[in-house]
Design a protein around this ligand. Structure first.
Ligand SMILES: Cc1cc2nc3c(=O)[nH]c(=O)nc-3n(C[C@H](O)[C@H](O)[C@H](O)COP(=O)(O)OP(=O)(O)OC[C@H]3O[C@@H](n4cnc5c(N)ncnc54)[C@H](O)[C@@H]3O)c2cc1C
Length: 419
């Protein structure tokens, strides 16, 4: 017989989504159990890039990013159609004007540690195998673990990432009509590029042997500030190459065309293997609340379809889930509590539904290589247009009092029906 423990909220998974949820809950005095299958520090396949959206969440959690191990960036360098364009992050009232990089090897541990510092109880090496069910009401009353323990709570938060085993065990499957991406990445030692002040995004990938042949997908090179770069590429399910391409080989082929002094064309400079994973986008698993379970981050398919960013959305949904859970759990009337919890999916749709709908259309459009080439060729020579595109792709506008481009983007996301 394993241990039995009881809490106000059980959080499954201590990635950025789970730790953000646990932090905001614990800060309000709730008893939170944060269950994580791995032991920290641990590797997580990611580009390690943080936009001002993610920085805002880190500031909210009181994470000290002035210490060693963080590298600041000023914006995005976009490369395409023979042009290199440096676009600074917009100057907004709602977000900081800088981004960061930090390896996920310890980024997730830092966030989990913040949750612990404000009172959450973290159990690592604890794999959740499924829910505890109240047969009479159909509600989830806790979780069971591989280690034979049971943890009960009136509310469970599923933040178990793209695999979504926990929601799947509740019958919440992935929606096939939503965009999804797959991305691979590798670290390389690169003195030349490791301390880049911009996140770099490649709209066109070519090979050394045949510069006229364009590879499907989009690439990135992010300096880590520690002698290494994180280099990778992503392909969307709207592309003809989806599921039919060796993405790892594609990365090697593309990097073979980069300048030798960058160090990425050489296997000897690689630090670790090429690893890949899926990016679940545009609310690819719904409903985000059912039977006492809230879905946060990748578990609810919340990656931004425009740019593949998932950390900020995992943290934002975690903060929102916590805010709603704190209020709901303060209610003793079950019907009232339920109504408040139902507000979580409603608020998520209001915040991101229109934007993700636009993102779904965007993914379909850029799946057409001719159209993408046309847009790159005619868009890249116009910095003002590209600054607008950056705001749209990174979802960085002021909701009120912004400039004309903020107002256009905000209006666009409001007029389209939410996903
Ligand atoms: C190649 C690649 C590059 C990317 N680059 C970027 C980028 O540069 N910037 C960005 O913002 N986003 C990027 N993303 C997306 C980003 O990695 C995810 O969106 C983000 O990690 C989601 O956070 P999360 O907390 O929802 O899930 P995760 O980070 O996946 O965390 C889930 C946690 O749950 C744990 N877990 C899973 N199952 C169980 C279980 N049964 N019991 C207990 N614990 C469990 C896992 O061990 C893990 O710690 C990238 C993704 C990929 C694949």
């Amino acid at each position: 017989m394993g241990n039995v423990d009881e809490a106000d909220v059980v959080v499954v998974g201590a990635g950025p989504g789970g730790s953000s949820t646990a932090f905001h809950l614990a800060r309000h005095g709730l008893r939170v159990l944060l269950l994580e299958k791995s032991e920290f520090p641990r590797e997580k396949v990611c580009g390690d890039g943080l936009t001002p959206r993610a920085v805002r969440q880190l500031v909210d959690m009181g994470v000290d990013t002035e210490k060693d191990g963080w590298l600041r960036n000023k914006g995005l360098r976009v490369i395409g159609a023979g042009i290199r364009l440096e676009l600074d992050w917009p100057d907004l009232a709602s977000f900081p004007d800088y981004g960061l990089t930090r390896t996920r090897m310890d980024f997730d541990q830092i966030l989990a540690q913040r949750a612990v510092e404000v009172g959450a109880e973290l159990h690592t090496g604890t794999t959740v195998t499924g829910p505890l069910l109240d047969e009479a009401t159909g509600r989830i009353t806790g979780v069971r673990t591989e280690q034979g323990d049971t943890y009960t709570a009136p509310l469970v938060v599923s933040a178990d990432g793209v695999s979504g085993r926990f929601p799947i065990s509740l019958g919440l499957n992935k929606r096939e009509d939503r965009p999804i991406g797959v991305a691979v990445r590798r670290y390389y030692r690169s003195e030349a590029r490791h301390d880049d002040e911009y996140l770099e995004s490649w709209l066109e990938l070519r090979t050394k042997d045949d510069p006229n042949r364009m590879l499907p997908g989009y690439g990135w090179i992010f300096g880590m500030g520690d002698g290494r770069v994180n280099v990778g590429l992503g392909v969307l399910n709207s592309s003809a190459a989806w599921g039919k391409t060796n993405y790892r080989q594609m990365l090697v082929d593309w990097l073979g065309s980069t300048p030798p002094e960058w160090g990425m064309a050489e296997e000897a400079n690689a630090d670790g293997p090429i690893l890949g994973a899926a990016l679940p986008m545009g609310f690819s698993r719904v409903p985000h609340y059912a039977r006492g379970v809230l879905l946060v981050g990748d578990s609810g398919g919340m990656v931004n379809p425009f740019n593949g960013e998932g950390i900020a959305y995992a943290m934002e949904s975690g903060a929102l889930a916590a805010e709603i859970a704190v209020q709901a759990l303060a209610q003793s009337d079950p019907a009232r509590r339920e109504r408040m919890l139902q507000h979580y999916p409603t608020e998520l749709r209001a915040r991101y539904g229109g934007y993700y709908r636009l993102g779904g259309w965007f993914v379909k459009l850029i799946g057409n290589p001719q159209l993408m080439r046309f847009a790159t060729k005619h868009g890249m020579p116009h910095p003002a247009l590209m600054r607008f595109v950056l705001k749209l792709l990174a979802n960085l506008t002021d909701p009120r009092g912004g400039d004309a481009s903020d107002r256009i983007i905000n209006a666009m996301t409001k007029v389209v029906p939410a996903v």
